[in-house]
Design a protein around this ligand. Structure first.
Ligand code: RAM
Length: 862
C-alpha cells in the first residue's frame, strides 16, 4: 500500500506495461494511479503531454500531444496526437486535478518506444550452411565498429527456435526463452533491447546462440519434432543513432560466421547437455581471431509468419532456493531437496578433472520409501548433464530448457556436494504480484502459497497445464478454469493479451478452438466443452479484471465464431455431439459398486457451456454496442436453456446426472427455471453431505462449486468443503506436504502410494481455481462487470467461524484495494481501503455502505 503526503500520480503504464520497448498500435493507451491523503478523492481532470525529448518535456517543448481533459478516466486513455513514428522513443507525463481542488505535481517522465514496422526490417534471416540436423547449438558471430558518439543503440532480434544474444561477452538482457512461444506460423515475436550503454567506441561483437525450443524441439505427443520448422534461424538488426544525427544499421546477413558451441543438445522436455571442453574461449568477444576458420552462414527464406512486437511480459529469473537438505536416499542416490516444487533450473558450481560428467535429474516427489521418483515425467528426460573441462571452478546452468522439480538427483559430482554448490532458480513470465491473501488458518495459507506457485510454474510465456512431463502445453480448459484466480494473484493483463492472440490465430476456420494453444496437436482436435470455451471466458474475465475493452474488441469475432460453431453442430439447440473431456479428473474411487463415482453426462456439461459462452458473447456485444447481436444471441440463449430443461431435467428439477458438477454448472449458468433453483441447490448440498462434506468435482465443476453454494445461501457448506482435510479436498494435498497444486485430488494417496504415472503432475493449477472464491468471498474483493477494472468495487466478505481472520490486498489498475477482517466478541471487524479514483460498496451481514477512496473501519454482526 502506498501512502501519500499529497495528491500524486504514480505507476505510469502504456498498454499495461511500464516503459514498453515496442508498441505496435498507432494509438497506445496510457494509465496511471493516483494517490491522495484525502478520502473520497476522484480525478476531476488530467493534463497529459507526450514529447520527443525527455529533457524538454518538462518545458512543454517538442510535444506531439498535449491535452487537458476533464473527467475521472485515468486508465487506458488513447493517444490522440500527431502520428507516432516507428522505432522512436517518446516521453510522457501527467498531472491531475482532484474533486477537492488539489493539483498534483507533474509525474516523472516515462517513455514508450514504437515497434519496428514490417518495412523497416532490412536484416536477413541467417542459418547454418548444412541441413540443420545437429543437436548442438550453433553460435553466430559478427564484429562491427562504432566510431562516433552514440545517441542510442537498439537491437531488434528474433529467432526460429530460442536465442541467447550477447555483445562483447555479456548477455544483452535478462530475458530467457526469447522470442517466446506463439503460433509461429502466424506470428513470431521480436524483442527490442537498449544497448546504448553496452556498446564501446571501436570494435564490438555480437555472439548469438540458438536452441531448438518449441519451434524445432520435441513438443506435443508422439515424439514430435520440427513442428514449426526444421531449421533454426536468427534475425537481428541493430539500429544506431549518433549524436551528430547520422544513423547506421548492423544486420544479420551473409557476412556472419558460425560454429558449434558447448551446448551439445538442448530440448525443453529432455534437458541440456553442456560439454565445457567444447567451449571456445573468447568466441563472443573482441580479439577472437579463429573465426577465420568458422563457416559462413547461409541466408534463409523468410517464412509466412508476421513479425510482431512482444505483447506480454518476458520470462525472467525470480526466486532462488538454497538446498534445504542434501541426503542419500535408501537406494543410495544423492538428492537435494529445495523445499519447493518450482519451475526453472539448478545452478551448479563444480570443479574437477576434465571429462568428469555430472548428471542432474529432476523430480517433484519422493516415493513413500524416500526414493527419487521420475516415472510421472513419462518420457521427458528432464536431465541436465555437464561435462567439465580441466580443473577450473565453473558455474553451470542450462540455456534452452527448464524443469519442474523440488528434488534433484546429482550423479558424478566431484568431491563433496555442499549447499553452496547448488541453487535452484525459478523462471517465469515477469508479472507483477498483485494479490496477497492471508488468514488465521495455516493450512489455508499454505493452499494460497500452493496456488501462487502453481501459477508461477505454469505461466512461463504461455499458460500450461504442467511444467515437468512431456507435455507442458497451453491446455485451454485449464487456462479458463484458472484465469480469474490468476488475475488476483498477478498482473496477467499482458500475459493473456499475448496468449489470446494465439487463441484467435489458431482457431480453426470453422470456429472450433483446439485443445491446446498454441496448437501443436493437429487440426482435428477441437471444440471440447469447457476447453474451447476459453475463447469467450478469458476475454470476458480479463475485461472485468482490468476494465480493458480491447480484450473484447480484439476477440469479439473469435468469440462469435466459437458460439456459431457450436450452433452449427447443435441439433434442436442441443449441443450433444462430438468429443468432450467432460468433468476431467472428477472423483472416481476404485471400488465403484455403489455408484459413488461422480460421473456427469458430457453432453449435459456441453449444454451448460454452450449457454455460458452465449451469455458472455451477449455481454461482450452489449459492451461494444452491438445491439443486433445482443438481440440475436439472447434469443439463442433462451432456446439453449429451454433445450437443457427439456433434455436434462425432470419437472421437479432433478438433473439426469445427480452429481455436484451437474447441479453446480446448471445453477452457475442459470440454466434452470428460477422457482426450481433453491431446491436444486438443496440437492447439491445433500450430495455434498452424502459424501461426508467432500467435493467430487473435476476440472469443470470445481471452479464454480463454492461460488454456487455461497450464492444460494449455503456459504457454510462452501467453508466445510474448503476446510475439509481428507481426500478429496483442497487441503488434502496440503496435509500431504504439497507445495503446489496437484493435477489430481489424490496424486499421492493416503497410504503414500502414487496415482497412475500416466498422468500425474504435482504442478497443475486447475484446482487452484478456488483462489477466486477465496479472494471474492472470504476476503470479499469483487470487481463489478458494469463498472469493470475495479472502478467500482464490491467489498462483501462472508466470514465463517472456521477462520477468525482474513486479509487480502489487491493491486488493481487504480491502486491497492484492501479488505481485512477479524471476528472478535461475536462481531465482524472490517478494515477496507479503496484507492483514489475508485469507489466501493461495502456489504456486510447487517449493513451496506457506499464509500469513496480511503481507509474505513466497520463493525457488523456476523
Ligand atoms: C491432460 C492434462 C490437462 C488436461 C487434458 C485434458 O493432458 O490433465 O490438464 O486439460 O489432459
Amino acid at each position: 500500500m502506498t501512502y501519500a503526503q499529497k495528491l500524486s500520480v504514480i505507476d505510469l503504464k502504456v498498454e499495461h506495461l511500464k516503459n514498453p520497448m515496442a508498441i505496435e498500435t498507432a494509438n497506445p493507451r496510457f494509465s496511471w494511479k493516483i494517490i491522495s491523503p484525502i478520502k473520497n478523492t476522484l480525478q476531476s481532470s488530467y493534463e497529459i503531454r507526450v514529447g520527443k525529448n525527455k529533457a524538454s518535456i518538462n518545458l512543454g517543448k517538442d510535444l506531439v500531444w498535449e491535452a487537458t481533459v476533464s473527467g475521472d478516466q485515468s486508465v487506458l486513455i488513447k493517444y490522440n496526437g500527431a502520428a507516432l513514428h516507428s522505432k522512436r522513443r517518446y516521453f510522457w507525463q501527467v498531472r491531475v486535478k482532484d474533486n477537492h481542488g488539489n493539483t498534483s505535481a507533474w509525474s516523472d517522465a516515462h517513455f514508450f518506444q514504437m515497434g519496428i514496422g514490417a518495412m523497416d526490417w532490412s536484416a536477413k534471416w541467417i542459418k547454418v550452411a548444412e541441413t540443420d540436423t545437429s543437436a548442438r547449438s550453433p553460435i553466430f558471430r559478427k564484429e562491427f565498429s562504432i566510431n562516433k558518439k552514440l545517441k542510442s543503440a537498439m537491437v531488434y532480434v528474433t529467432a526460429k527456435g530460442l536465442y541467447e544474444a550477447r555483445i562483447n561477452g555479456q548477455r544483452i538482457s535478462d530475458t530467457y526463452f526469447a522470442p517466446g512461444w506463439t503460433s509461429y506460423k502466424n506470428h513470431l515475436q521480436y524483442q527490442v533491447y537498449d544497448v546504448t550503454t553496452v556498446l564501446k567506441n571501436g570494435i564490438n561483437v555480437f555472439g548469438v546462440s540458438l536452441g531448438n525450443g518449441w519451434y524445432k524441439g520435441r513438443i506435443g505427443f508422439g515424439n514430435q519434432h520440427n513442428f514449426y520448422g526444421d531449421t533454426r534461424g536468427l534475425l537481428l538488426q541493430l539500429l544506431v543513432e549518433y549524436t551528430d544525427g547520422t544513423t547506421e544499421t548492423i544486420n544479420s546477413d551473409e557476412s556472419w560466421k558460425y560454429a558449434y558451441g558447448p551446448i551439445m543438445a538442448s530440448d525443453i522436455y529432455d534437458g541440456e547437455i553442456y560439454d565445457a571442453r567444447m567451449e571456445i574461449a573468447g568466441w563472443d568477444n573482441i580479439g577472437f581471431k579463429e573465426d577465420n576458420k568458422w563457416n559462413n552462414v547461409r541466408i534463409m527464406e523468410k517464412g509466412p509468419e508476421k513479425l510482431v512486437a512482444m505483447a506480454g511480459p518476458p520470462v525472467k529469473k525470480h526466486e532462488q532456493f538454497k538446498a534445504l537438505k542434501i541426503f542419500k536416499t535408501p537406494a543410495g542416490e544423492t538428492v537435494v531437496d529445495f523445499g519447493q516444487n518450482l519451475v526453472g533450473w539448478v545452478m551448479l558450481k563444480a570443479k574437477g578433472a576434465a571429462g568428469t560428467k555430472i548428471t542432474l535429474s529432476h523430480a517433484e516427489v519422493l516415493t513413500k520409501e524416500g526414493n527419487f521418483y521420475t516415472t510421472n515425467l513419462r518420457s521427458a528426460k528432464a536431465q541436465d548433464i555437464y561435462i567439465l573441462k580441466e580443473n577450473t571452478a565453473q558455474i553451470f546452468e542450462p540455456h534452452f530448457t527448464f524443469q519442474g522439480f523440488r528434488y534433484v538427483k546429482i550423479e558424478g559430482y566431484p568431491g563433496e556436494l555442499t549447499p553452496e554448490n547448488v541453487t535452484a532458480v525459478a523462471l517465469y513470465s515477469a508479472m507483477e504480484t498483485t494479490g496477497k491473501f492471508v488468514t488465521s488458518n495455516a493450512l489455508l495459507n499454505q493452499l494460497q502459497h500452493n496456488i501462487q506457485w502453481g501459477q508461477k510454474g505454469n505461466f512461463l510465456d504461455v499458460p500450461t497445464d504442467c511444467p515437468q512431463r512431456d507435455e507442458r502445453l497451453g491446455w485451454t480448459g485449464d487456462a479458463q478454469a484458472f484465469a480469474n484466480t490468476a488475475a488476483y494473484n498477478m498482473d496477467v493483463s499482458g500475459f493473456f493479451t499475448k496468449w489470446l492472440k494465439d487463441v484467435k490465430a489458431d482457431q480453426l476456420p470453422n470456429g472450433a478452438i483446439p485443445h491446446v494453444i498454441p496448437n501443436v496437436l493437429g487440426a482435428n482436435d477441437g471444440a471440447s466443452a469447457g476447453w474451447a470455451d476459453v475463447a469467450t471466458i478469458i476475454p470476458w474475465d480479463m475485461y472485468v479484471a482490468y476494465g480493458d475493452r480491447q480484450f473484447l474488441e480484439n476477440q469479439y469475432e473469435s468469440m462469435r465464431k466459437w458460439v456459431d460453431y457450436i450452433s452449427s453442430t447443435a441439433k434442436n439447440n442441443l449441443w450433444n455431439s462430438g468429443f468432450h473431456f467432460g468433468d476431467w479428473l472428477f472423483y472416481r474411487p476404485n471400488d465403484d459398486n455403489d455408484g459413488r463415482a461422480a460421473v456427469t453426462d458430457k453432453y449435459l456439461i456441453a449444454q451448460t457451456f454452450y449457454a455460458h459462452s452465449t451469455q458472455l458473447l451477449i455481454n461482450a456485444a452489449n459492451v461494444l454496442g452491438k445491439q443486433e447481436d445482443v438481440a440475436k444471441y439472447s434469443t439463442l440463449l433462451t432456446n439453449i436453456k429451454s433445450a437443457f430443461v427439456r433434455e436434462y431435467m425432470t419437472p421437479t428439477g432433478r438433473l439426469v446426472s445427480g452429481t455436484q458438477t451437474a447441479y453446480v454448472l446448471a445453477l452457475q449458468f442459470d440454466m434452470l427455471p428460477e422457482q426450481l433453483r433453491a431446491a436444486c441447490a438443496d440437492r447439491l448440498v445433500a450430495n455434498i453431505r452424502d459424501y461426508g462434506n467432500h467435493l467430487t468435482t473435476g476440472f469443470l465443476g470445481t471452479p464454480y462449486l463454492c461460488h454456487v453454494l455461497t450464492r444460494f445461501g449455503h456459504n457454510d457448506v462452501a467453508y466445510d468443503l474448503l476446510m475439509q482435510e481428507s481426500y478429496p479436498s483442497w487441503l488434502y494435498p496440503v496435509k500431504m506436504g504439497a507445495t503446489t497444486i496437484w493435477e489430481r485430488w489424490d496424486g499421492i494417496k493416503p497410504d503414500g502410494s502414487f496415482q497412475t504415472p500416466d498422468m500425474n503432475s504435482y504442478n497443475h493449477y486447475a484446482y487452484g481455481a478456488i483462489g477466486d472464491w477465496m479472494y471474492r468471498t472470504i476476503a470479499g474483493i469483487n470487481s463489478v462487470a458494469d463498472n469493470p477494472g475495479y472502478k467500482a468495487v464490491v467489498i462483501a466478505p462472508k466470514p465463517n467461524g472456521k477462520i477468525t481472520s482474513a486479509s487480502a490486498e489487491l493491486e488493481t489498475v487504480y491502486g491497492t484495494v484492501k479488505s481485512a477482517w477479524k471476528l472478535e466478541n461475536g462481531l465482524l471487524k472490517l478494515e477496507v481501503s479503496i484507492p483514489a479514483n475508485s469507489k466501493a460498496k461495502v456489504i456486510l451481514p447487517d449493513l451496506t455502505r457506499e464509500i469513496g477512496s480511503g481507509t474505513y473501519y466497520f463493525e457488523s454482526k456476523i
